[in-house]
Design a protein. Structure first.
Length: 293
């Protein structure tokens, strides 16, 4: 019996060691030609800095030019070979049309397309704003499909990669985020299906889906304040995990530690899962109503 326990420990430690192993070598992305969307702040900004430190060439996009100029200056300080900006609103198809062409022209090709931007959506109960859900789908999903489609011929030439920022909310829906969860589920459906098709066609392109838990970006912290009882993890570390997984051509990356087990056990104990979700999100008005009864 004792030796069985010993073997179980050895296997568990082995699995943990394997999961924690990160064979990422920043040298592998030195000189890489990278397009990062939504890089004016948050995780996208930190992703740009990691590529910059490794000596990559960058095109970064967002709507706010001043914020992007600051990111550009820091990227150059950190060691980026060159940095160009594209000011575009991802909710506007005309704005999106030019992004890939412009990026490929300045970079002379494309190795990594990092799809990271998200449109603003309040963290609140669904109140029936269908036009907001439609707009969010355009920004968070259709624009990703648009840019990835335009990038495919270039990435085929370079055996490049598409990196897609998704969320635990795209695996396990949570309250206060119905339209956001829908856009992230759509990303998973599209990009996993596309990955299968690329494999069937023996395409050299890799697709990495990044499944993130709560990260301490300013926008996420402001939205979830007093509504969520879990800790947020650093954007810098989340961004490193994204860049590393993309360089290693990993199919799915999970950050932080609790995301993978949550996804793995999602459908094993649905009642416990739903109980835990409702314990994690605070809805004071409802609790007060209940107290009053
Ligand atoms: P932020 O809100 O901090 O940054 C969003 C970025 O997208 C900004 O650069 C913003 O720049 C840009 N953006 C917003 N709207 C538009 C638009 N209409 N057109 C073009 N660009 C736009 O997001 P995070 O860093 O928190 O999140 C980054 C990614 O990580 C997202 O895909 C998100 O879903 C994912 N994620 C984040 C989590 C978190 O807790 N933070 C958890 C799980 C996943 P600008 O305003 O200048 O246009």
């Amino acid at each position: 019996m004792g030796s069985v326990k010993g073997w179980i420990c050895v296997v568990l430690v082995g699995i943990l060691g394997y999961l924690c192993m990160d064979s990422f070598d920043p040298e592998s992305i030195a000189n890489a030609r990278v397009l990062v969307t939504g890089a004016s702040t948050g995780i996208g900004e930190e992703i740009a800095y990691h590529y910059a430190k490794a000596g990559a060439q960058l095109v970064i996009t967002a709507r706010r030019e001043q914020a992007l100029q600051k990111v550009k200056a820091k990227c150059l300080e950190l060691g980026a070979k060159n940095v160009s900006l594209i000011i575009a609103d991802m909710g506007e198809p005309v704005d999106r049309e030019q992004i890939l062409e412009k990026a490929v022209t300045v970079l002379g090709g494309l190795d990594y397309l990092v799809l990271n931007h998200i449109g603003y959506t309040p963290f609140q109960m669904w109140e029936g704003d269908v036009s907001h859900a439609r707009w969010l789908m355009e920004v968070n999903f259709i624009s990703y499909v648009d840019l990835a489609t335009a990038a495919l011929p270039y990435l085929t030439q370079t055996k490049g990669s598409i990196i897609v920022l998704s969320s635990l909310t795209g695996k396990t829906p949570i309250p206060f985020a119905a339209p956001y969860a829908a856009t992230k589920f759509a990303l998973e459906g599209f990009f996993v299906a596309l990955r299968h098709e690329l494999t069937m066609r023996e395409s050299p392109i890799s697709i990495t889906l990044c499944i993130l838990g709560l990260i301490d970006t300013q926008s996420a912290m402001e939205k979830t304040k007093e509504k969520v009882s879990i800790s947020a993890y650093p954007a810098k570390d989340a961004a490193f995990a994204v860049v590393s997984a993309g360089a290693r051509r990993v199919k799915e990356m999970y950050y932080p530690w609790y995301v993978w087990p949550t996804c793995f056990f999602r459908d094993w104990f649905p009642q416990i899962r739903d109980w835990a979700i409702l314990r994690t999100f605070n809805y004071e008005p409802q609790r007060q109503e209940q107290k009053a009864l």
